[in-house]
Design a protein around this ligand. Structure first.
Ligand code: HEM
Length: 226
């Protein structure tokens, strides 16, 4: 029997603690060693990933702060969180477009509002819009019912609204640059209108170029887009 004190070794997982180095402790020390090694590896891994993650988190955080400030500023300054922006990007239908279909003139004519069970569609420059929410305006007897169920692009800028004027047509021959720009403005009007949305396109019949474009009418309403 020996009086010699058992040799002590550091407990790898508890700084400052020592344990006797004897055979019986070997499994315990091996287990502690592997735990400590795993802990060190994880710490090293975390340290390597930390700067990248914290930069991304900071960018995200400041983006959210900037967005909230812009919204609050808009509400405070302009009384509108999106600063009065009313373009296509804030339209529900821009993000969730309804299924688009191709119309013939005869098909489009079915949507002129006379059949109350159907929606009301109109076309401008070959683009068909659902204007059902404007039934009061485009439905039968409404002030602009002649625009429904057809493409009357020419009339939007000439102000010739009677059927016999021949201006309720997509034939825009002879219109000046300024008038064509006004026509584009009307199309934008339907594009960004809160209640209207594009539903498809119209297969426009070929314009008969053997005939002259409709002559100016005697009493055009004459105005530019609202
Ligand atoms: C080229 C000439 C014109 C064209 C193409 C035109 C076209 C239109 C269209 C498409 C609408 C319906 C807008 C909507 O869906 O909300 C509208 C509304 C209106 N327009 Fe015109 N317009 C013209 C001239 C005029 C003129 C000269 C006046 C005034 C004398 C006028 C007065 C109105 C009014 C009051 C409304 C609102 C109708 C309502 O909400 O009941 N328009 N216009």
């Amino acid at each position: 029997m020996s009086d010699a004190a058992p040799q002590l070794v550091d407990d790898p997982s508890t700084p400052g603690r020592s344990v006797p180095k004897k055979k019986a402790n070997a499994p315990f020390l091996a287990h502690r060693n592997s735990q400590a090694a795993r802990g060190a590896a994880e710490a090293a891994q975390q340290q390597a990933g930390a700067p990248q993650r914290s930069l991304a988190a900071r960018i995200l955080k400041w983006s959210v702060v900037a967005l909230l400030l812009a919204i609050a500023g808009g509400q405070f300054v302009a009384g509108d969180p999106i600063w009065g922006y009313r373009g296509k990007y804030v339209k529900k239908h821009y993000w969730f477009p309804p299924p688009q279909r191709q119309f013939t003139p005869a098909e489009l004519a079915l949507y002129d509002g006379t059949d109350k069970t159907r929606p009301i569609y109109l076309s401008i420059m070959g683009q068909v819009y659902d204007v059902t929410k404007g039934r009061r305006i485009y439905g039968p007897g409404g002030p602009y019912d002649f625009f429904a169920g057809r493409d009357a692009s020419r009339a939007y800028v000439t102000g010739c609204f009677s059927k016999k004027s021949g201006h309720l047509t997509h034939d825009v021959r002879g219109l000046k640059g300024e008038e064509l720009r006004a026509l584009l403005d009307w199309r934008t009007f339907f594009d960004i209108h809160d209640d209207y949305f594009q539903i498809g396109k119209l297969s426009l019949p070929k314009v008969d170029t053997s005939k002259p474009p409709p002559p100016p009418c005697a009493s055009p309403v004459g105005a530019v887009p609202a």
